[in-house]
Design a protein around this ligand. Structure first.
Ligand SMILES: O=C(CO)COP(=O)(O)O
Length: 152
């Protein structure tokens, strides 16, 4: 597929998501990096986002709760280039009722090539990158040429 360049601006739109058994770990991670994160625009699935707001007073745009459609909302935002990064502490040890939605979210984040952390170590790598607070170019599918090709 042909690609094009998309610039992620200095101020990133960051999705924060955690499954129930991983919420404490994500909240602690956010606490550790609060000052840096507060310089960005934060989004969260319903429970995760509200917990972060409650515990830390950070402004978080909240979507629906994951099992109620929040993962799908987030996936839609990623596909529409309205999200720049995702930190998703998912639970590899327990089945989720909305597993198809989780899989779809990971898939669409990969299609659109946004930086994604699925565990704490990768989240640490992302937040310690100079690109976290600076513009960075990423390669994304060239949708116009993709569509033109399919309509031939
Ligand atoms: O289920 C989730 C991600 O798949 C997260 O949803 P909540 O933040 O509402 O718990």
């Amino acid at each position: 597929m042909e690609t094009t360049t998309r610039t992620l601006q200095s101020c990133k739109r960051i999705a924060l998501v955690a499954h129930d058994h991983r919420k404490r770990a994500l909240i602690n991670w956010v606490k550790t990096h609060r000052t840096l994160l507060a310089q960005h625009e934060l989004y969260g699935t319903g429970t995760t986002g509200n917990l972060i707001h409650q515990e830390m007073g950070l402004n978080v745009h909240t979507l629906l709760s994951g099992p109620m459609g929040g993962d799908q909302q987030l996936g839609g935002m990623i596909a529409e280039l309205k999200m720049d990064m995702m930190i998703f502490f998912w639970d590899p040890m327990n089945a989720a009722p909305h597993d198809p939605d989780v899989k779809a979210l990971m898939r669409i984040a990969t299609v659109w090539n946004i930086p994604v952390a699925l565990n704490a170590a990768t989240a640490d790598f992302l937040i310690s990158s100079s690109a976290f607070n600076q513009p960075i170019d990423i390669h994304i599918p060239d949708y116009e040429s993709y569509l033109k090709q399919r309509l031939k």
